[in-house]
Design a protein around this ligand. Structure first.
Ligand SMILES: Nc1ncnc2c1ncn2[C@@H]1O[C@H](COP(=O)(O)OP(=O)(O)OP(=O)(O)O)[C@@H](O)[C@H]1O
Ligand SMILES: [Mg+2]
Length: 257
């Protein structure tokens, strides 16, 4: 299968910390991949590296065969590699609809050349409306983002990323800050919208029930390394995943002397 995203030896050090340690990751077009790992495992660093928010210490990132290593986020987004954030990056003083329009780059900048090429024939206003409907954000259309519940802010952030019609979307903890009984409803909506657009997706998630329900494949990180990569059942049964990600003691009880 074709890799839409491929990293080779991707490494990032912060002083003595190696947050990404020679990561070789291939994401196939059309797949839904879950990225798991405990706090500080390097999940956000990986997303930051491939989307240009961080420059790697070494290694390469290829998007659809094109070397995008170290390119700025603006350019990477234009190519169709987009992301949402662990903490939603919405503008509190704007309404939900205005946020979408800003995400589409038109409210203050009027950068129509970019928008025209990314959206085809649709006007930015039409795309914003489509996203409001698709993510059931219609009732919040004219509400200020500052007044929205956390789950709705999360949805808005993801809708803003999907609005620019990416080919691959990297979601950093789409359900964090959302109550456990709302997580599945949020992810159902997100995955439905993503599938309707035919977008490849990688999402970071701590809740293993959420991961299992939606993904074809799981990548597990620990201390900046890949400790397991494969089908959900296989990865969830991996001893290092059980120990470092799920937090279970090893079978047989470690330390018995
Ligand atoms: N800008 C930075 N400066 C210094 N250290 C950093 C920076 N960003 C991340 N780190 C360190 O890199 C490691 C990986 O952090 P990262 O945020 O990628 O983890 P994560 O897997 O996303 O964790 P979480 O589940 O808590 O979001 C951690 O040790 C973190 O402290
Ligand atoms: Mg993180």
């Amino acid at each position: 299968m074709t890799a839409i995203l491929e990293t080779t030896g991707l490494t990032k050090t912060f002083g003595a910390v190696t947050a990404a340690n020679a990561l070789d990751v291939r994401i196939e077009a059309g797949s839904v991949v879950g990225l798991i790992g405990g706090n500080g495992a390097g999940k956000t660093t990986f997303i930051n590296l491939v989307t240009g928010y961080l420059k790697p210490t070494s290694g390469t990132v290829h998007f659809d065969g094109l070397d995008i290593t170290g390119q700025p986020p603006r350019l990477i987004t234009r190519l169709g590699l987009c992301r949402s954030f662990q903490i939603p990056q919405v503008f509190d003083s704007l309404t939900a609809c205005e946020n979408l329009l800003v995400g589409l780059g038109i409210v203050s900048m009027r950068r129509k050349a970019f928008i025209g090429s990314a959206l085809g024939r649709q006007s930015p206003e039409a795309v914003a409306e489509e996203m409001l409907q698709r993510f059931r954000l219609g009732p919040y259309r004219d509400e200020l983002a500052s007044t929205l519940p956390e789950g709705v802010r999360k949805l808005l952030d993801i809708a803003m990323a999907l609005a620019v019609k990416p080919r691959i979307l990297l979601l950093d903890e789409p359900t964090s800050g959302v109550s456990s009984d709302e997580k599945f409803a949020l992810m159902d909506l997100v995955l439905e919208a993503i599938r309707a657009e035919g977008v490849t997706v990688l999402f970071v998630e701590h809740d293993m029930d959420v991961v299992r329900r939606y993904v074809h494949r799981i990548l597990a990180f620990y201390e900046g390394r890949i400790i397991a990569d494969g089908a959900p059942a296989e990865v969830m049964a991996h001893p290092e995943v059980r120990r470092y990600v799920v937090g279970e003691p090893p079978v047989g009880g470690e330390g018995a002397c």
